[in-house]
Design a protein around this ligand. Structure first.
Ligand code: KG4
Ligand code: ZN
Length: 495
C-alpha cells in the first residue's frame, strides 16, 4: 500500500537515491533542504513499507503552481504512483490558491510528457537549451483548471459523480448521463443505420456528417432526460478511439469545446474498454480478474483484465471481425444491413448442423481466430446451390454459419478463462446481442463453474453509458485529457 505524506528531512537519503538515477542533473541535498518547509512550497513523498518510492514538489506564485520536481523509483514506475503524486500536489497547490499548474520537462522524456498530457496538461512552447548539462530543450506544459478536476475525482471517490459521456466512434451518435459509475440517468442514441443500409455498410463520410447534425440535439436530450443541467456535471467523457477518424473527431471536438466553455474536466475513453464496462452497468459488483470476449463490427478480441484499466490481449481475429462476418454473409444472402440481427432471427428457425461449415483455427493452439475462410465457404456453398438450381434454405445457412462462428469463439474464450483461472467472463460488443452466442458461452462456462456477464441487449451495441462507466474509473485514477488531445483511430486496449 502506497501512502502519500509531506516530505521530511529524514526522507532525503531515499529521495536523493531516486533523484540520482532519475535525472541527468539531479538536485543536491542542500537544494532539497532549502525547499522543505518554505511557506509557498509543498513537497510530498510516496511511501511504501517504510521506503520512499516517489516524491514531488510544487511552488505556488499567485494563482499559478510550478511543478518543480517529480520522480518515482525506477522499479515502481507504471503503477500509478507518479499520477497520484501529480494530483496530490495539485490538491496542495489548490489549497494555496493555485488555479493551474505548469512545468518544464526534457523533450526526450516521452514517458513524463505522456503522463502530464493524460493529467490534462497541454503544450505552451519550449525553452531552448533549458538543461545546460545536456543542452536539451524543455517542453513547457500547462494544466487545465485543477479545481474542477479535483472536484470530479472526489465526487467519483464518493460515488456521487455525474458524468456526461459522448460516443461517436462509428454510426451511432450517443450521449448519456451516469451517476456514480453505474446508474444511467439517461441514454440517448441516434442511429444512422438507415442512412448506411442502402450502401450495405457504414460509409465514413456519411457517418461524420450525421454525427455533426445529430450531436447537439442528442446531448440536449440526454441532459433533459436525466433532469440535469451542465452546471450539475462533474466531468465530460468522450470516446477517443478506436473508430472511424472522421466520426471520432466530431465527438472529441464537441466535448473539448464544452469542456473549455464550462471549465469541466474531460476524460478520454477507449471504445473497446467501454464495451467491457457495459457489463458492469448491470452488475456493479463485477470485478477483475476476468476474461472479456469482445465481438463487434470492427473487433474480435479475447482480453485478460487483471484489474480495471489493465488489459492484456490474448487473441484476436486475423482477418474479419465477427460482426463483419455476420454483415458480409447477410449481404450475400440479401438480408440487408446490419446483418447480425437478421441472421440471428433467421437462425432461430434453422438447423445449425445442416451444413458443415469450417471451424477455422479451432485447434490452432493459440487464441486467435480467422473468419474470412468461413465467409468464403458460405459464398461457395451458395454458388453451388444456385448452380445446381436448388432453392436456398436461408434459415439453415444462417444457423449453420452462426454455429460455426460460435463454436470457435466459445472454445477459445473457455480456454482463455481456464488458462488464466478466472471466475468471470464478460461478453461484450455488438455481436454479444446474439442469443445463441450468449447461451452457448453461458452453458460452456457454467460447466467449469465460471460465470458469464453479458450486458442487456441495448448496452451490447454502441452506447454512451458504457463510455461514462469507464470514465468514472479513469477519473478515480486521475486520467483526464488536455485540450490538445487527438482522436486515436487505432487506439489499443493494451497500450
Ligand atoms: O459494437 P457495435 O455496435 O459496433 C462496433 O463497434 O462495431 O457492433 C455492431 C456489430 C454489427 O456487425 C452487427 O451486425 C453485430 O454487431 N450484431 C450482431 C447482432 N446484433 C448486432 N451480430 C450477431 N448477432 C446479433 N444478434
Ligand atoms: Zn462498438
Amino acid at each position: 500500500m502506497t501512502v502519500f505524506r509531506d516530505m521530511r528531512e529524514t526522507d532525503l537519503g531515499h529521495v536523493l537515491e531516486v533523484e540520482r538515477v532519475s535525472f541527468a542533473a539531479p538536485w543536491s541535498e542542500s537544494l532539497f533542504r532549502d525547499e522543505i518547509g518554505r511557506p509557498d512550497r509543498r513537497w510530498v513523498v510516496a511511501e511504501d513499507a517504510g521506503d520512499v518510492v516517489g516524491y514531488g514538489g510544487v511552488m505556488v506564485v499567485g494563482d499559478e503552481a510550478h511543478l518543480m520536481n517529480l520522480a518515482v523509483d525506477a522499479d515502481r514506475r507504471r503503477g500509478g504512483i507518479a499520477r497520484a503524486l501529480v494530483w496530490r500536489l495539485a490538491g496542495e497547490a489548490a489549497a494555496l490558491g493555485a488555479a493551474r499548474m505548469t512545468l518544464e520537462v526534457a523533450e526526450s522524456n516521452f514517458a513524463a510528457i505522456e503522463l502530464y498530457r493524460t493529467c490534462g496538461f497541454d503544450g505552451a512552447g519550449r525553452r531552448v537549451g533549458y538543461y545546460p548539462e545536456t543542452g536539451e530543450d524543455a517542453v513547457v506544459l500547462w494544466s487545465r483548471p485543477i479545481a474542477p478536476a479535483l472536484r470530479a475525482m472526489n465526487a467519483a471517490r464518493s460515488g456521487e459523480d455525474l458524468i456526461l459521456a459522448i460516443e461517436t466512434s462509428c454510426d451511432e451518435t450517443a450521449a448519456s448521463v451516469l451517476r456514480g459509475g453505474s446508474e444511467a440517468l439517461s441514454a440517448v442514441i441516434a442511429s444512422q443505420v438507415d442512412f448506411h443500409a442502402r450502401f450495405g455498410g457504414v460509409v465514413p463520410e456519411i457517418a461524420s456528417r450525421k454525427h455533426t447534425e445529430a450531436l447537439v440535439a442528442v446531448v440536449d436530450e440526454a441532459l433533459a432526460e436525466a433532469g440535469v443541467g451542465l452546471d450539475d456535471l462533474h466531468a465530460l467523457a468522450v470516446t477517443q478511439g478506436p473508430g472511424l477518424v472522421g466520426a471520432l473527431v466530431v465527438g472529441l471536438a464537441y466535448a473539448k469545446g464544452l469542456a473549455l466553455a464550462r471549465g469541466l474536466p474531460l476524460v478520454g475513453v477507449n471504445h473497446l474498454e467501454g464495451h467491457i464496462y457495459a457489463a458492469r452497468l448491470l452488475e456493479p459488483t463485477l470485478q477483475p480478474p476476468l476474461i472479456a470476449l469482445l465481438v463487434s463490427g470492427g473487433h474480435t478480441l479475447i482480453v485478460h483484465a487483471s484489474e480495471w484499466g489493465r488489459y492484456e490481449l490474448l487473441g484476436r481475429t486475423l482477418d474479419d471481425a465477427a460482426g463483419e462476418a455476420f454483415d458480409k454473409v447477410a449481404k450475400l444472402l440479401g438480408l440487408g444491413y446490419p446483418g447480425g440481427p437478421a441472421i440471428s432471427r433467421l437462425a432461430a428457425d434453422g438447423d445449425p448442423q445442416a451444413i458443415p461449415f469450417p471451424r477455422a483455427m479451432l485447434r490452432s493452439g493459440n487464441l486467435d481466430v480467422s473468419l474470412s475462410g468461413l465467409k468464403t465457404a458460405v459464398i461457395q456453398y451458395v454458388d453451388a446451390e444456385r448452380g445446381a438450381g436448388r432453392e436456398l434454405r436461408l434459415p439453415d445457412i444462417a444457423a449453420s454459419f452462426q454455429a460455426a462462428v460460435i463454436e470457435v469463439q466459445v472454445a477459445k474464450t473457455l480456454r482463455a478463462a481456464t488458462d488464466h483461472k478466472v471466475r468471470s467472463v464478460v461478453l461484450a460488443g455488438g455481436v454479444a446481442a446474439n442469443p445463441a452466442l450468449r447461451e452457448g458461452l453461458r452453458v460452456a462456462l457454467a460447466g467449469h463453474g465460471i460465470s458469464l456477464s453479458v450486458p442487456p441487449m441495448g448496452l451490447c451495441t454502441d452506447n454512451a453509458s458504457m463510455i461514462a462507466a469507464a470514465a468514472h474509473d479513469r477519473l478515480l485514477t486521475g486520467h483526464v485529457l488536455g485540450l490538445e488531445a487527438d482522436s486515436v483511430p487505432n487506439m489499443r486496449l493494451d497500450g
